[in-house]
Design a protein around this ligand. Structure first.
Ligand code: 5GP
Length: 196
């Protein structure tokens, strides 16, 4: 097996609509799994939220900086996630360094990005996180209170579209009961690594 294919089974791609609670779920998984997990820190052209730090939550950059990295081939995948104008991308160096250091690298990216990663890394583990129902998702998104009305509309529209792609993922977790979702997530990683 080539080194790239072998390493790609240590790539975990996590998708699911904005507001579904991927961040909270992943935080718990990182604390409780006991595995060497590292997050890939995506680049984005969206503005930081008040609690977000550059280099930790995202690498925040201008559109010019982003396009220059895109043209230089520095992204494994990148897309405009909510309609036009806001770019998000996975940096090749982040993933390659994380894997080379013997870690599991977790990508929290949208459905289009996940499909692109799957093409390049066929052995990547893909997990979709679903809300218990659409109404709960809407409440969670609105409860965050971080978006303008326009941005919220885009997020809801994208969220509903994303839910239609859940069956393209190897695993699906319903984030209803957090403890249970954490357990399922860790179980998926452990089962996948047993095959090393
Ligand atoms: P937020 O703006 O709420 O932080 O993230 C919005 C969405 O952008 C997330 O649901 C996530 O799926 C997606 N996203 C974050 N980083 C990336 C990335 O590097 N690539 C792609 N394709 N999507 C991303």
């Amino acid at each position: 097996m080539s080194k790239k294919v072998e390493l790609s089974s240590r790539l975990l791609v996590v998708s699911g609509p904005s507001g579904v609670g991927k961040g909270t779920l992943l935080k718990r998984v990182f604390l409780e799994s006991g595995l060497p997990l590292v997050m890939s820190v995506s680049a984005t052209t969206r503005l930081p939220r008040p609690n977000e730090k550059d280099g930790i939550h995202y690498r925040f950059m201008t559109n010019e900086q982003f396009q220059s990295k895109k043209n230089a081939g520095e992204f494994l995948e990148c897309f405009e996630v909510f309609g036009k104008g806001t770019w998000y991308g996975t940096l090749r160096s982040d993933v390659e360094n994380g894997l080379a250091d013997g870690n599991f690298v977790v990508l929290e990216i949208d459905v289009k990005g996940a499909n692109e990663i799957k093409k390049q890394f066929p052995k990547a583990i893909t997990i979709f996180v679903k809300p218990p129902d659409n109404e709960t998702l809407k409440e969670r998104l609105q409860g965050r209170g971080t978006e303008t009305d326009e941005a919220m509309k885009n997020r809801l529209k994208t969220a509903i579209e994303e839910l239609n792609h859940a069956n393209e993922f190897q695993f699906c977790i319903v984030n209803d009961d957090l403890d249970n979702a954490v357990k399922q997530f860790i179980g998926i990683i452990n089962n996948s690594t047993e095959n090393f």
